[in-house]
Design a protein around this ligand. Sequence first.
Ligand SMILES: C[S@@+](CC[C@H](N)C(=O)[O-])C[C@H]1O[C@@H](n2cnc3c(N)ncnc32)[C@H](O)[C@@H]1O
Length: 564
Amino acid sequence: MSEDNAATEPSTSTPKAPEHLNSTGLRIEYAEGKGRGVYATREIPAQTLIEVSPVLLFTAKEYEEHGKHTVLDHYTFVWRDGRMALALGLGSLFNHSQRPNVSYTIDPATESIRYVTSRRVLPDEELCIFYGHKLWFDPVDAADRSEPCSEHMDDSPDDPWSALPSVDDEDDKEEGPSTLGAIFDVFTDGDPDEVVPEEELPFRRLKLTPEDEEEEEMDAVRREDAWVVDLPDPRLAATMLKWLKPSGLDTPSMAHLKRIRKLDDKMSMVLILTREHPDPPAFPEHIRLPPPYVIPVPKTAALTMTSLKLKTSLWPTIYAPRKKFEPGPWTKGKIRWACDAMREVVKVAQHAGTQGELPMAAYVPIPYDEGTKTATRMSDPISAHDTRKSASHPLRHSIINLVRAVGELRASSTSSAAPSAATPVSPPPQLTPVINVPSSSLEQVSAALSEPHTHVIAPQPSSESQPEGEVRNGAHYLLTSLTLFTTHEPCIMCSMALLHSRVKEVFYLIPMAKTGGCGSLTCIPRLEGVNHRYTVNVWKHAGARDISGWVKESGLAVDEACDA
Ligand SMILES: C[S@@+](CC[C@H](N)C(=O)[O-])C[C@H]1O[C@@H](n2cnc3c(N)ncnc32)[C@H](O)[C@@H]1O
């Protein structure tokens, strides 16, 4: 490396940082003593792909003879095959930190580097990577001279700036089964009660608030057209409100809007959405009004004060903040429980694969009880694998099989709480071999599911109002309070089945980009209007890097168009 610190010593005055077009909204800014750096303009969740930088490659000779003697020496690093690489785009502007919030992987196939946040990043925070231990400059802040925070360096090699690992087949092998095992091997010791910060969890929790939460810029406010009429005399407001009811214009689709708008001295009334009434509404003869006209109005109520302001500038809108989903804290003990469950579901799926089935499985473990660190009501967990091949039935997905099995269990229970007990449904023959529920536990499972007032299986409040009796016996809610682990992201049908079953939370390992109903293709529990939301957690390794290698080697590969 050359001695002078070119990046931090602008020749005359510091130039203005250019704007950068980037879907994550990153910006370039000058930082005291570091030169340019990359900053977040808004909060960025952990495991977000923030940049893909193509690289420019120099041969070793070319670099040795020329590049090395120029400013390039502050920016280049050794590519896997010994060539020197310069990251284009934002890649070369990430500064170094001992506690980086960005990790990166090189993609030799596309000759690029992928940068992913390793934890949640706050607005205005600098995004930094870890250059390695042999720095050629004095890092500015004290934290940058301290020991690196190892948790954030998972994806980065030891001394990446001076030597990224070389490209060869061995590297890909590292992503095989050993990695699969390792990703469940976290927090194996330590105090089970210790709460683990969100960004260090081995899984990523999807945001479950609906998309309209994001309507915080005028462009994002969704609108639709409505008929509006001006009221020249304010006394007409009362007459019109009275008339609206019998007129048929008082439809529930406008419940999020206030009827009357007073702008300066002008009073107007919104009548009906044009999609419900394409023609201009006609008024009774005794009410003399100017002709109605069409304007865009907000499509939904305001969920935040910012969106209220924006929406109300279009038309006065109701403020109806949704109860934000606030996931509870995770302790080391509970993470171990989740890791064990993931290991188990993988095992079930692998076994199914060896039997000629699709290697996909679902598993509901004994719920983890923070109080006792165990759960004793259900003595055995339940698992099911995919059987659409052996059953020649396209709907025999592992989750459907599992939900159905729980239903059968409940139906066959002698518990008086289960209304269907009088008419037990006999399990279809093909279900028997795929459901892993020891017979001794059937009654306990059923009892646990139908007795929500225990400390282990307690009902989750649902946004849907139900008669007290139904909540108490949980008759229609097969997975109330339970957590489901699955190898592959549930398809839309299964995601819906989980919603109807009132599952509490879902964990999956392998995202299904083309078919997934829990975050990939769509996110069923996030949709507007659903009457139950379950938490969706994606195992981090699954989202953070190319997992196709170890998915294949661990026997969990399925066609990408397959519904899981
Ligand atoms: C790859 S460049 C990063 C972008 C650079 N800041 C710029 O303005 O072009 C590497 C150079 O940034 C500077 N740098 C990076 N991280 C730093 C840190 N923590 N403290 C001080 N300087 C830093 C050093 O001058 C280093 O040679």
